[in-house]
Design a protein around this ligand. Structure first.
Ligand SMILES: Nc1ncnc2c1ncn2[C@@H]1O[C@H](COP(=O)(O)OP(=O)(O)O)[C@@H](O)[C@H]1O
Ligand SMILES: O=C(O)[C@@H](O)C(=O)COP(=O)(O)O
Length: 436
């Protein structure tokens, strides 16, 4: 069984749907479940082939990120997981202090994994790796919108260097030519890198076919038992997880008890956007231009801003809206120059915490007021929302956009959208009275 640990909530939904799409019955948990995998502690889990644990560790203090990832690993191992997948962002979101490197080091040590293959490549989202450099669309990572990210600005595109700065171990590249040489060539290169003392092997991939070849090679090696430690740990974005799932040759999606409805239930809907990514800014603009009610959280409105007051104001505004005007949007998203002003005034971490906390409180207030379909934009933002709502897990439903599945929980239908994903009309379309 594959067990994935994702460093944020939207990353978890992305990897869960990638596994599900290739036929693996996949469970998604928000946070590590409390029980430690003893069969009698889990009487109600539906049959499954994969488990994804969504953490909120991407920008957490390093020690906390490591501790939470190891707790998730303990649960997965107790649950019978043979191969662990650490899901990080397809734009390698991290700071020079981590957390991708420290978490990988800790997981690889705990699993005694001599070599960890990985790639952030996700061609379907325009993320490709070539000769170790990460591209976003036609640009290098460091020349893409990611250089302006509020929490993890990415200013270097050469991944071995980025990773080595965060890790105690060496990183190397499996070049595209080798990946295209097929499983035997990949296996040989991995063994060579290991013999040179490399622990992290970054595989080039520019098309889905490259990820399928890589997945097949890694599955063959893992099945061969002790070669390279059985590849107990693999890492990357959702693309390589999909390659692994494909290699598992589960050819059809199993019908399981508790499979989600094919349609998203109607119900009062609202959008909460905390992402400042270019795509989310377009999506927010589309909602506003369509004439939907919209309220911006202004972190600089008061000299001493407080999340409780921001949330209370937003909920008072919400109470004054007319249902016939459509699902309201509450957002803090700002373009780079204005975001920079807020961060200069309040500090990067303080402003992020303030707005995440306000959006979490607002989510709870909206649910108390009868909202049952909630759309959140942004990984950290979605983490704050899920935490404030106390949602512990859900069933993966149909995709509103590639990598963005509806999630069904007993009382709520959630769409947790990565900042960069979805067409410009996604937020608008997902909150129409009737959804497709
Ligand atoms: N107006 C703002 N000023 C400062 N920080 C902000 C503002 N709006 C959002 N943020 C913060 O920026 C971060 C965006 O991250 P996230 O929600 O993960 O989006 P993405 O998926 O685009 O990375 C969050 O921590 C959020 O609180
Ligand atoms: O891999 C990806 O790009 C996404 O799954 C992801 O991690 C999204 O993170 P956010 O952009 O913070 O939503």
């Amino acid at each position: 069984m594959i067990g994935a640990i994702a460093d944020d909530v939207t990353g978890a939904t992305d990897v869960a749907v990638a596994l599900h799409r290739h036929g693996l019955r996949t469970l998604l948990f928000f946070g590590t479940p409390l029980s430690f995998g003893t069969p009698d502690a889990e009487p109600d889990l539906p049959p499954h082939d994969a488990v994804v644990i969504a953490l909120k560790t991407r920008t957490a203090p390093r020690e906390q990120a490591v501790e939470r990832s190891l707790a998730a690993l303990d649960w997965l191992r107790a649950h019978g997981v043979g191969q662990v997948y650490f899901k990080y962002c397809s734009t390698f979101d991290s700071t020079p202090e981590g957390n991708i490197g420290p978490v990988l080091d800790a997981l690889a040590d705990a699993l005694d994994a001599p070599l960890v293959p990985m790639t952030p490549s996700s061609p379907e989202h325009g993320r490709t790796q070539y000769l170790g450099y990460l591209f976003v669309g036609e640009r290098l990572l460091s020349e893409s919108h990611m250089r302006d990210h509020p929490l993890t600005p990415m200013t270097d595109s050469y991944l071995p260097r980025v990773l080595e700065a965060q890790s105690a171990h060496r990183a190397g590249v499996v070049p595209l030519e080798t990946v295209r040489g097929g499983p035997a060539a990949i296996a040989k290169r991995l063994a060579h890198l290991r013999s040179e003392g490399v622990r992290y092997a970054l595989l080039d991939a520019v098309e889905d076919g490259d990820l399928a070849s890589a997945g097949q090679a890694l599955d063959d090696l893992a099945s061969a038992g002790q070669v390279l430690g059985g590849l107990r740990l693999v890492a990357g974005a959702a693309g390589l997880a999909a390659g692994l799932a494909l290699a598992h040759e589960v050819s059809k999606i199993h019908e399981v008890a508790g499979d989600p409805p094919a349609r998203v239930p109607a119900g009062r809907a609202a959008v909460l956007a905390g992402s400042c990514s270019a795509r989310t800014l377009e999506q927010v603009r589309a909602v506003i231009e369509h004439g939907r009610p919209a309220h911006r959280l202004d972190a600089l409105a008061e000299p001493d801003p407080d999340p409780e007051a921001l949330a209370a104001n937003a909920l008072t505004w919400y109470d004054a809206q007319r249902p016939e005007d459509g699902a309201p949007l509450i957002y803090s998203s700002l373009p780079p120059a204005e975001l920079h002003e807020v961060q200069q005034a309040l500090g990067r971490e303080r402003s992020a915490e303030l707005l995440e906390s306000a959006l979490g409180r607002i989510a709870a207030g909206l649910v108390e007021r009868g909202v049952t379909r909630l759309v959140a934009a942004g990984g950290e933002t979605s983490g704050a929302v899920v935490r404030a709502l106390g949602v512990t897990g859900g069933v993966i439903g149909p995709e509103a956009a590639r990598g963005v599945p509806w999630i069904f929980t007993p009382s709520l239908t959630l769409l947790l959208k990565s900042g960069n994903f979805g067409e410009p009309g996604l937020l608008l379309d997902a909150t129409r009275t009737e959804t497709p």
